[in-house]
Design a protein around this ligand. Structure first.
Ligand code: FAD
Length: 435
């Protein structure tokens, strides 16, 4: 029986282990943390429809509650752009509850979990041959790397695999996440409970303050590209408190800085006997960094690829990457173009685009959900007329939307079959778009 190892009990890795075990594979999942400590203690957002694509039904109802809609706060602005009624399709789900539910299902199919154990990659003659665990080399036909954005497994790959081992500095958000008690006697308007600050205080990143009335605490995130210094964090927290009087300084949980990839998916996710999955393959939506849904669906696609092809060669595993690009990866390439522009744009320009009505909350919501904004130049000008005309900026935006569409088109032209020269040529074209 083919032996497969998954490194990291993230949601995608566990879904992959579930489907592999169900199909008779010998699967072991190695996780550095204990089952009680793995993943996060808080709730995060996910679109309900993604559970259809994961194929395991809906998680138990006590694990989630309806997510309220975002209100966007443009940079350097006091204006708030409300995104409309709450979307019944999104829920906030308990991260640990979801993971425990998935682990139980994978175990029921026969997948083995080894917690509190760190694994490293075993490479011989430039080939991935297994893992080293507790100083012992264990051969595996396939190593599924679900070890996160800074995966040591990916970093240990031989250069001959052609897989970039590091994310660039500006492709990762450093995000402070914390929960504070609510200030007594302060209420928040129904359409202002979930505020996202774009280019908060003119910096490269977003912040949020979520004061959902059904929750006991106020949820704060401050994310910046590259790094988040202590002084910057203190200033941004103080600004959030100024704007959100409900936010106290009494920390109830969280309070650390985490790293989230915010970029297009990896150009190469597979090698002989190796496949990266989840944050290790940069599968998050580049605008806000959501990655649970994409990682879980990718886990299923990977398992089905192995089962269908009966092989773990890079040629066979390439189908997994193609199917992932078809599913959402190509679309994320376009969203990454938009995100890079938004984060490098003059905050005053971004403010004007909102104030003039050229960009709506729905447009940003689409980006946050991993979809590209589709507006023709004529529509842009028409919208821009409502405010002061800024033809130069509208042209720039129109060009940008064209670039997003081009990135998606090109990404969809991923070679359907693994051919080294074609893959290299496609990768070079994609890379050129982001330089
Ligand atoms: C603050 C914050 C907010 C977020 N909000 C959302 C959201 O609202 N919606 C959403 O969909 N996503 C959100 N995300 C992103 C989401 O957490 C990830 O995209 C998703 O969990 C997939 O991550 P992963 O499992 O690939 O990697 P990780 O979550 O990083 O998991 C990797 C696992 O591998 C283990 N590991 C690493 N190296 C080894 C090793 N050598 N041996 C053994 N084990 C190892 C780690 O202990 C860890 O458990 C958020 C992330 C953060 C940090």
């Amino acid at each position: 029986m083919i032996k497969i190892a998954v490194v990291g009990a993230g949601v995608g890795g566990v879904v992959c282990a579930f489907y592999l075990a169900r199909n008779g594979y010998d699967v072991t999942v190695y996780e550095r943390c204990s089952l009680d400590d793995v993943t996060y203690s808080w709730h995060d957002d996910i679109a309900v429809e993604s559970f259809k694509d994961i194929g395991l039904g809906m998680p138990p109802e006590n694990l989630y509650y309806p997510k309220r809609n975002w209100t966007f706060v443009p940079p350097l602005s006091t204006m708030h752009v409300y995104a409309g009624l709450p979307q019944p399709t999104d829920v906030s789900i308990s991260r640990r509850g979801l993971l425990h539910w998935l682990v139980a299902q994978a175990q029921a199919e026969g997948a083995r979990f080894v917690f509190e154990t760190e694994a490293s990659l075993w490479v011989e003659d430039d080939l991935v041959v297994g893992l080293t665990v507790d100083d012992q080399n264990i051969p595996y036909a396939l190593v599924v790397d679900n070890a996160g954005v800074d995966s040591a497994i990916r970093r240990a790959l031989p250069p001959s695999c052609g897989i970039r081992r590091e994310a660039y500095r500006d492709e990762v958000f450093c995000a402070y996440r914390a929960f504070y008690s609510r200030r007594e006697g302060v209420s928040v308007a129904d359409n202002e409970t979930n505020r996202v600050y774009l280019l908060h205080e003119g910096g490269k990143g977003i912040s949020w303050c979520i004061a959902d009335p059904t929750q006991p605490t106020v949820d704060v995130l401050i994310g910046r590209l590259g790094d988040l210094g202590e002084d910057a964090l203190a200033t941004l927290l103080a600004k959030l408190r100024e704007d959100n009087p409900i936010l106290t300084d009494e920390l109830t949980s969280g309070g650390a800085v985490y790293r989230i990839p915010v970029r297009h998916p990896a150009w190469r996710m597979v090698a002989d006997g190796y496949a990266s999955l989840g944050d290790s393959a940069f599968m998050t939506i580049p605008m806000l960094g959501s990655g649970m849904a994409a990682g879980m669906v990718a886990g299923r696609i990977l398992a089905e690829t192995v089962v269908d092809r009966q092989s773990v060669s890079k040629e066979a595993l390439w189908h997994y990457q193609v199917a992932y690009y078809d599913y959402c990866g190509a679309e994320h390439c376009g969203v990454d173009v938009m995100k890079r522009w938004l984060l490098s744009a003059d905050p005053a320009d971004v403010r004007w685009l909102f104030e003039s009505g050229v960009l709506s909350a729905d447009n940003i919501n689409a980006g946050a959900a991993g979809e590209n904004i589709k507006l023709r130049f004529g529509e842009l000008v028409q919208k821009g007329v409502k405010g002061r005309k800024r033809l130069g900026l509208l042209l720039k935006l129109s060009g940008l939307l064209g670039d997003c569409a081009k990135a998606v088109r090109l990404a969809r032209r991923i070679p359907r079959v693994y051919d080294p020269a074609e893959v290299e040529a496609w990768q070079a074209k994609m890379e050129a778009l982001y330089q």
